[in-house]
Design a protein around this ligand. Sequence first.
Ligand code: APR
Length: 308
Amino acid sequence: MEKKVTVVGAGNVGASLAQMIVQDGIADVVLCDIVEGVPQGKALDMSEACPLWGSASSITGANDYSYTAGSDIIVVTAGLARKPGMSRDDLLFANAKVISAVVESTSKLSPKAVIIVVTNPMDVMTQLSLKVSGFDSARVLGMGGILDSARFRTFVAWEMGVSPQDVEALVLGGHGDLMVPMPRFTTVKGVSLPALISQERIDALVKRTRNGGAEIVALLKSGSAYYAPAAAAYQMVKSIIFNQNRMLPCAAYLKGEYGERDVYAGVPVVLGSCGVGKIIQLDLNEQEKKEFDKSIEAVRSLVEKLKL
Ligand code: APR
């Protein structure tokens, strides 16, 4: 394969993402984890599925980062997952340690890679990765908005009784409880949501979207969502590998856009082989801007806690 993707963390999200990449045969994968045997076992299992998938990708499991050298993309899913009753913020210090170690090792071995951070609390973990890697901010981004938007799309599709394929949605801001679903920029086959359903129903769908991660945590009892998070990260991987220049909501480093500076926030970006090609500026109304600012304030408070 021409392209190489490192996935750090061979847990639910990491292994699911690795499977998507290998099953579609779009890149070779190195799956790394701190637990001995787990990445090797999952990689062997997937290798043995390749003849059945008709895939020519190779997948290697490792505890040692030397295997990751020369990767085009590094996806970081390593860390602790949320448990019931635990907020994303509770994970802050534990996961900061993990991310620092992972990014320190992998970024040195793949100095040209694009880093995608999935580990929560994602926005601040992405900012930490920027600092530790020393990469240009265009090549360090976080996965959150695509997942939140996919959840919003699902709920809108169910509400309307239409295919989720016909629903486009946008969720901006931090990937936390204060995320900002944008009904005005959410459409069903081009028709804006407020023209289709009542404000009361929109509010209910927004609320469910904001609670999307917690709803799944409460059902699973142990662990958190992984199919949709992996699918969201996969969309980013594909846009980078194939230089698709897709416009996707991702956590990107703001340098004055949306009136914010030196902080990661979920905004629409154009994503290609060099990472963030550009950030798309939307004209937010007063209420949207207020919610966006509040969401970014929450991200900033975590950035300050980590003294980034
Ligand atoms: N280095 C490498 N891997 C590590 C390290 C480390 N220092 N610390 C933990 N891991 C591995 C764990 O061994 C585990 O296999 O990270 C993996 C995490 O997998 P899961 O516990 O299954 O968590 P998952 O559901 O995949 O979620 C991972 O993504 O969506 C977010 O909130 C979620 O932050 C969490 C992350």
